[in-house]
Design a binder for this molecule. Structure first.
Ligand SMILES: Nc1ncnc2c1ncn2[C@@H]1O[C@H](COP(=O)(O)OP(=O)(O)OP(=O)(O)O)[C@@H](O)[C@H]1O
Length: 274
């Protein structure tokens, strides 16, 4: 164990062991193990209400664990302060809806962890904002009000805000929900470039569509537990295995390391290794 109390190497972005989370007094996540290694692209899948958003929010410190242990970059949550290393794009929301801010201003807020509050933007900040807007194809919209954007464009601005912080670990909660195919393709291109640059990506999705070729590993949640962790699944596999339905009994049978373990008999087998 290191001085920080960590059991995890500093280059492992996420390690959650036996994570339990309760919301409003109700258990929502149970015994979840999830390790995400540097440079991995992990797709987090599962039916509505299976616990995907709760898990992602837990990984970024927004939901406290009622049991278990979370380490980010080799530090326990209480000892982790370097949030500029992490970008989080919440499930599509009205987070910036109704705010009389421009696209540039929203994306600039993604630089806050890199500069002192109320200090003017430095040239490095401006360059990061411009690059993030270009990556999501929104450079031409910098001076538009966010209120004038479509849902898909709005989502890309939130992604640019996360990218502007130049995160090493990026977590995106259903960035493709309700987004048309050209916008999904633009997002896939942006995330592909980020992955090539070495970023670690955790993405919640019901269907992967154009993002599928980027995925290294799929994790499927069911009833607040991890039901599958292994080779990527196609959208058809997810459907065929009933992972998009909330009714199948879950008993994970996964080892504590979590990855590539074969599902036990409670989960329909064999899962197609792609
Ligand atoms: N603040 C809360 N208080 C109590 N229960 C909650 C709260 N937020 C979520 N839940 C419950 O936790 C469970 C998991 O919700 P979560 O949003 O994590 O699922 P999800 O897999 O992301 O679903 P979706 O695909 O619909 O976004 C659901 O049963 C939900 O009702």
């Amino acid at each position: 164990m290191s001085k920080s109390g960590s059991t995890v190497p500093a280059d492992v972005p996420v390690q959650l062991l036996h994570g339990d989370v309760a919301l409003s007094g109700r258990p929502v996540l149970r015994e979840v193990d999830l390790t995400v290694r540097r440079g991995e692209f992990v797709a987090l899948m599962g039916a509505n209400g299976s616990g995907k958003s709760t898990l992602v929010r837990t990984l970024v410190g927004l939901n406290p664990l009622s049991a278990g242990r979370l380490e980010l970059f080799g530090r326990t949550l209480s000892g982790f302060h370097d949030w500029s290393r992490i970008g989080y794009v919440p499930q599509r929301s009205t987070a910036t809806g109704g705010v009389p801010a421009s696209v540039w201003e929203v994306v600039a807020s993604g630089r806050l962890t890199h500069r002192k509050l109320l200090r003017p933007l430095r040239s490095a900040d401006r360059a990061a904002i411009r690059a993030a807007l270009d990556v999501v194809g929104m450079g031409a919209y910098a001076h538009r009000g966010v209120a004038q954007l479509s849902g898909g464009q709005h989502q890309r601005v939130l992604i640019a805000r996360a990218l502007a912080g130049r995160p090493e670990l990026l977590l995106l909660d259903e960035p493709t929900a309700g987004v048309d195919l050209p916008n999904q393709q633009a997002l896939a291109g942006a995330l592909g470039r980020l992955k090539k640059d070495g970023a670690t990506i955790v993405l919640v999705a019901h269907e992967l569509g154009p993002l599928a070729p980027l995925v290294d590993r799929a994790v499927v949640m069911r009833d607040g537990r991890k039901a599958y962790d292994g080779a990527p699944l196609t959208d058809a596999d997810v459907h065929a295995q009933g992972f998009d339905a909330g009714h199948v009994h879950c008993d994970t049978g996964l080892d504590s390391a979590g990855s590539t373990a074969a599902p036990n008999a409670a989960v329909p087998t064999p899962l197609k290794e792609l």
